[in-house]
Structure formats: C-alpha cells, structure tokens
Design a protein around this ligand. Sequence first.
Ligand SMILES: [Zn+2]
Ligand SMILES: [Zn+2]
Length: 229
Amino acid sequence: MNRFCPKCGTEQGPFVDGFCMKCFLEDNRLLIVPGRLELRRCKRCGRVLINRKWVSDSADNITSYILGKIKWADMEEKALDIELKRLQNGIRVFLNVSGRFKGVSLSARYETFICYKNQLCNACLKLSSGYHEAVVQIRHSGSLQSTVLSSVKKILESMQSKDPLARIVKTFERKNGLDMLIGSNKSAKLLVKELKKRFNASVKRTSSLIGVTKDGKRKVKYTYLVRLS
Ligand SMILES: [Zn+2]
Ligand SMILES: [Zn+2]
C-alpha cells in the first residue's frame, strides 16, 4: 500500500491520523495554552498575584502558574520543558513538548506571552499610606550613620521574601541618630536583635496603645531605642 499525506502529498512517514507529522502538527496541538496571559504584578516590590496570593516571580512560581493554564491533548507519554524569557513588560514563554500521540513520537514548540498588569500588592499599598507597626530609634555618639543605615537596609532586605512589610516606611534624622518607621513589628524585632549583635548595642523597648481592633484586641505600637556603644 502506498501511503501519502493527503495534505502535502509526501510519502515520508510516520503518519498520524493519516497525515504526515508536519501537516498533523499544523492543524493539531499537543497542548493548548492561551496566546496571551495577564498576570498582576506589584510595581513596588515585584511580587505577582498567583492563586490569590502575592508571591515572588521566581521561575518555579511562574512555571506552576503556566502549568495551571495549559490543556493537554490525549497523549500516551508526554514531557514538557518551559523556557522563560523575561522582558520589561512581561515574560515570553516557550513550551517544548515531546511525547507519544497515537503511537507516534512527536515534538512541538509553542509560545505564549505573560503580560504584567502593574498595581500595588496589599503590603505595598499599606506601606504607601504610611502604615507601620514599629519605630526603631538609633542613637550613637560617633558618625556611624551611613554604615548603620546600610546594615539596616540589608537586614530588612533579607526578610522581605517572607515578610513584605519588612521595610523602612520613613526615616527621620535626629541629633545623634535616626528614627525609622518599620512596616512590621516582626521584622523590627529581628532587626533590633541583629543590630544588638553586630554593633554591641543596648536595646530598650516601649509600647503605646494606639487603639482597639474590632474584636477587642489592643493595638500596640512598639518603639525600640537602640543605643550603639
Ligand atoms: Zn503533509
Ligand atoms: Zn508590593
């Protein structure tokens, strides 16, 4: 029996559903992915909204986001390799598929684009309105200012992937020091602990009542006075 592709006429197999591999893949897809996806991204911290959570835009998170958007053809075996090319306004995504379909080994490459939709995440929205849970006051006798400030920034940065409120909201220059408004008390506490260790500082914590929550809990703002020796 002479087999040939009814679309292009080639006699070169293998054939899938009667068509040569090239013609089959022109009219059929091994997987379906939308040509364009929209992903909300925070313009301040760069996190993205996936499954209603603000998470880092790591390759792992982006990949699982894409996996949630694709539909597979009914393949007997399948493998997928995802390539991400990051651009300023989004991510170009290449999907390299291989596997078996109706007994024939096939491979194909598809493409989609994740377009960023810029907005502010919950945490950055809070911070941009001046929200802060703690004040860290640093006092010293010499001129340590820039060293201390860059240490503070680095320490807070190391916490930001877990605590997006680990940020300086505002800084005030004071005589012999600095006052810093810090987004979360959790990060302020860890920051102070680290400063104590690094700069051999003494720490005094005070609190003031700033209100009561709807369910009757006291809302407190902490102030940490850090004296560097
Ligand atoms: Zn053909
Ligand atoms: Zn943000």
